[in-house]
Design a protein around this ligand. Structure first.
Ligand SMILES: [Mn+2]
Length: 222
């Protein structure tokens, strides 16, 4: 049986918009994608899920970490913020396996009490690559003994990078990877709680993250 994995999605005009690459990666690795629209009440969904993916997207409202909007803040979608912060809270309370991708990784850090750098500036190398998404553009170092190392190997690894925000003050999760400019590129916690700043759905060498989530979801009980 494929475990049911929720994938949150945003709204683009008249349509809900889920990442096709995330849905396909999850399906191909053995999960059952269950798309959750931004308008939904997160609590109503929790009992149907065995795992959760919070995918990439725009910027979280900085009010969630008690900051005013920086000039460089991008598009904020309040309804999606509300859904995803609620889903993350529900998953953490239950110890449900969760994978945060890019924006999803940032939301995990904020849900764990941390904050974000609203717009990466001087002191960081390019994190919003101009190359196609399937092209790994920068290196990361992986923490030895981490869940991430177990899933992808010890590294270093080249990953893609499509973000202009980053993890600032760390919440209660543990860093599991860094880029060479010192930015945290992955965080993890109890059970299968993992956030990665890159987009694994575009990289064959990162499919182990989806397999790990699916494996954890199969064995998970509320
Ligand atoms: Mn990056």
């Amino acid at each position: 049986m494929r475990p049911i994995i929720g994938i949150s999605c945003g709204r683009a005009g008249e349509h809900y918009q889920a990442s096709a690459k995330v849905v396909e990666a999850l399906w191909e690795q053995g999960g059952l994608p269950f798309i959750i629209p931004a308008a939904a009440d997160p609590e109503e969904y929790m009992e149907y899920l065995q795992g959760l993916i919070i995918p990439g997207g725009g910027d979280l409202d900085p009010a969630y970490y008690d900051q005013d909007p920086h000039r460089g803040l991008g598009v904020v979608e309040p309804e999606r913020d509300r859904l995803e912060m609620g889903l993350i809270k529900g998953a953490i309370e239950r110890g449900m396996p969760i994978l945060g991708i890019c924006r999803g990784c940032q939301l995990l850090n904020v849900a764990a009490g941390g904050d974000l750098i609203q717009d990466l500036g001087d002191g960081y190398h390019q994190h919003r690559q101009q190359a196609p998404r399937a092209h790994p553009s920068h290196w990361i170092k992986i923490a030895s003994g981490s869940l991430l190392a177990k899933l992808l190997g010890p590294g270093p690894l080249r990953v893609n990078s499509c973000h202009h925000q980053g993890i600032g003050r760390l919440g209660s999760l543990t860093p599991a990877a860094w880029s060479n400019d010192g930015l945290i590129e992955a965080i993890e916690g109890e059970g299968f709680t993992l956030g990665v700043q890159w987009h694994p759905e575009w990289l064959p060498e990162s499919m182990g993250l989806f397999r790990g989530l699916i494996q954890a979801a199969k064995g998970w009980k509320a």
